[in-house]
Design a protein around this ligand. Structure first.
Ligand code: AOS
Ligand code: ZN
Ligand code: ZN
Ligand code: ZN
Length: 426
């Protein structure tokens, strides 16, 4: 199924007057403070986040998985789902694939399908955390860090193959997340594992086309519970530096130990020109992969404040690859992603309201109270009319979630794909 612009416009009509009133009220208020509202709206409209192919179906935990009806069963279906998200939100203009789960058979058809829906292929992901059917070597004792040369070679070759696939689709970056680590003290030598990983990443880096970037994702624990080879941003940063200019750190919001100051990590990486990619999600305990903004919206806003600062002041840092990395057990995956996209746009909009010159003055004067007030004033502003206006300007829905329900998208998907569906992937 495909959502047409006319359907969305017709749905918007019902809410248009209300929106215009809300927007006028807010833009008057912000305008009187000297804010350029049009610029904020334009920045919001330009902001695009990649949807991960693995978030389009219901996920699960190690205790089980409950399927959701009408899930995508093929790569084509997944692209169609992202097309729906993009039509509604106008902020999901890219898809991030995971290989081998999403290996295309007909490249031309896949590329064309995505192009028709206004989607591009963002970072492509390799998978050396599972053994694939028919694989000669097992990753049980590591992949890029393996001391077993044959397993390590297989993992390197897999990444090189993923790059080839990405090239055929127009991707320009590879994301590597390694599950490699240990469960027990003494199991492996830390230094050897790190040396092997660096060597493997360098080989992968050398195999990338010259206009590609390598994103190195870190994570403190899980699936291994004693040690993880790339456990934190420092390790990722070090490996990225060892690889070269086009290797960067990727920050996944769920990949930190409790209470880590993620906004500060973001700030440091951007200062050093090494923040390449971003996985949005939210969490209460660990890598929970919950809906963005559902648990700690203020933290998300503070992170965005640093991102906006970096985007304005750190030309040494490249444009970021924005991606969602989420998983759902109980919600309609598309509804969940709509909520995530909305939360991202909101946090970004609020961060855009902060006047950094004024903040700098306040900081110089050591006026701690006013500095905090400036942040909180932005955070407390209901910016939804701005986000709506940005969507509207691109032909998206004023209320994507309501439109999704009113247009009975899931019912149509079930009709098309059936009730008992299982998405490929995790
Ligand atoms: C795993 O925890 C990471 O967040 C990765 O980004 C992973 O590749 C992704 O979640 C798909 O499994
Ligand atoms: Zn991730
Ligand atoms: Zn994760
Ligand atoms: Zn996660």
């Amino acid at each position: 199924m495909q959502l047409e612009k006319d359907q969305i416009r017709a749905h918007d009509q019902r809410h248009l007057d209300r929106h215009n009133e809300d927007f006028r009220f807010l833009s008057d208020r912000l305008g009187s403070k000297g804010m350029d509202v049009d610029r904020v709206v334009d920045a919001l409209a330009d902001f695009q986040v990649a949807i991960p192919s693995w978030a389009l179906g219901a996920g699960g935990t190690r205790f089980g998985r409950f399927s959701f009806h009408g899930e995508p069963g093929s790569l084509e279906d997944k692209i169609a789902d992202v097309g729906i998200l993009h039509a509604l939100t106008q902020t999901a203009g890219a898809i991030s694939l995971h290989i081998p789960w999403d290996t295309p058979t007909d490249y031309a058809a896949v590329r064309e399908r995505a192009a028709t829906l206004g989607l591009r292929f963002d970072a492509i992901n390799s998978n050396t955390f599972q053994d694939q059917p028919g694989a000669e070597q097992s990753y049980k004792h590591g992949s890029l860090s393996a001391t077993d040369e044959a397993a390590r070679r297989q993992a390197i070759e897999h990444n090189l193959r993923v790059i080839e696939i990405g090239e055929k689709l127009g991707s320009k970056s590879l994301t590597v997340w390694l599950a490699d680590g240990t469960n027990f003290p003494g199991q492996r030598n830390f230094q050897r594992g790190l040396v092997q990983t660096e060597d493997s990443l360098k080989q992968i880096y050398a195999g990338m086309p010259k206009d590609w970037k390598l994103f190195i994702e870190y994570k403190p624990y899980e699936p291994n519970f004693y040690s993880t080879v790339i456990q934190d941003w420092g390790t990722s940063f070090m490996l990225a530096n060892a690889c070269g200019d086009r290797a960067y750190t990727l920050v996944d919001l769920g990949h930190h130990l409790p209470n880590s100051n993620i906004e500060q990590i973001v700030s440091t990486l951007m200062l050093k020109g090494k923040l390449g990619g971003f996985h949005f999600n939210d969490s209460k305990y660990g890598d929970d992969d919950l809906t963005v903004g559902s648990i700690k919206p203020y933290a998300l806003f503070l992170i965005f404040n640093e991102l906006v600062y970096g985007m304005r002041n750190n030309p040494q840092n490249p444009d970021l690859a924005w991606m969602i990395d989420a998983s759902h057990n109980v919600k309609d995956p598309l509804e969940d992603l709509i909520q995530s996209l909305e939360a991202i746009q909101e946090a970004y909009a609020k961060a855009l309201l902060i006047d950094h010159d004024q903040l700098t003055t306040t900081q110089r004067e050591h006026d701690v109270v006013m500095a905090q007030e400036m942040l909180q004033d932005a955070f407390r502003t209901d910016v939804r009319p701005l986000v709506q206006r940005a969507r509207l300007s691109r032909g998206g829905a004023l209320h994507p979630l309501r439109a999704y329900r009113d247009l009975e998208v899931r019912r149509e998907l079930i009709q098309e794909r059936g009730k008992h569906t299982v998405a490929t992937g995790l």
